[in-house]
Ligand binder design. Sequence first.
Ligand code: ZN
Length: 461
Amino acid sequence: MYKRKIHKKRLIGLIAFSALFLALAGVIVYTTSSEAHTNNHAIKVDTKYPQVEVATTVNTKSGYTIEFPLLHIKEIDQVIKSYLTNRISNFTKNNQGKKLVITYDIAHFSKQTLSINFTEQLNKKSNQTIMKNTINIDLLNKEIIQLENLFASGNSNEYLEILSRIASNELKNNEEISLSDKEIDKVTAPMKENFKEFIVFNNSIVFILKPNNNVDIPLAISKSILEQMLRDPYKSGDQNADVIKDIEPSDIITELPKKEIQVPLDKKVIALTFDDGPKAGTTNIILDALKKYNANATFFVLGSMAEKNPELLKEIAERGHEIGSHSWDHPQLTKMGNKDIQDQIERTKALIQKITGYAPTVFRPPYGSINQAVYHCLGDTPVAMWDIDTEDWRYRNKNYIVQSVMDGVGDGKTVLMHDIYPTSAEAAVEVIRQLKTQGYEIVSVSELKEIQKQRQQAQAK
Ligand code: ZN
């Protein structure tokens, strides 16, 4: 009943696992019919991965041809078997009398993960693919990796927001994608359904977006920008390195997109800046208010504070706010030697980059003290000062701080506050609310600069 083409070296292994294989074949046949069939089974060694055997089950009566990898690890073969059983059962329900061919290829194979692409066709000659599915198996935990298993559970839907932002930005800026903005918004919305198809590589994760049944859009995202959210087993490293060199995805996205500025040029704008943080308990209050009123801000952080609150710094960046550097620990830079200045600037920059994936885009010197030596160390990084100083560090009174901002506001101004005092955080919430009521668009300092540039260009025309 069983015909097998067996590689001689594999024979011993096969005998040991023949019981498993019989069980597997039985399950596949099970979904077809209760009658007796003629089944042909073949096993050969995968040409690329010697540790994998390619099993083929042909059910001549129903015409199924199912090709699948056998790893001879009981739980994993069981996972694959369950997957296939489901697929066949699903096909039988919807396609009575038709013939299903399933083939596969291995997209990635490491100690930690195995990614298998299954292709379902109506019959092999017609080459008509009806479905492509990828399953990712955690070889050490011996289970299928679902989307939510990839990411740490801390901030439950944060990863979806990030994936959505990256995908939307990529699709809208790719000329080869012929989808409307509305279609892009739908396929990139922060929902598990949109990102459930993926392949885990060592340095990237490829998400396969499916705007409709006929189109697959692969989106390769570097793990470097997802690193902080990824669960440890799936971070880049030895465990996830290719066992045999895989075909790496090209065009990997390595930067988080900035939030788009869409401010009408005639709208009043104001930049809010928060210095000396981030600090748990106070920065969060400001972040929530910014979110509530759909506002952006720049946080001029200290390296020493960011080191104590890395998660918070990451959150600021992930919410699309701008991160500026404010030195490592707030010295008066103009009183320091070149080497110390450089140390203050470079150390902070490296830490911000490590935590957020971005170098700080702007710098504000402590006390506003700056000289040529500091400019020299900063290189291309622009310096941003302020127009409205609330002196909130001195006046720890919410109403006083709110009043001093509102007395000074005007189109194009920059407000300086500190996100390390509870009174300042409370005042910021009220300031944001009042500015919105007065019709201001609240932006980061770089956005303000960009808007002012655009206005000048518009005027020059
Ligand atoms: Zn400061």
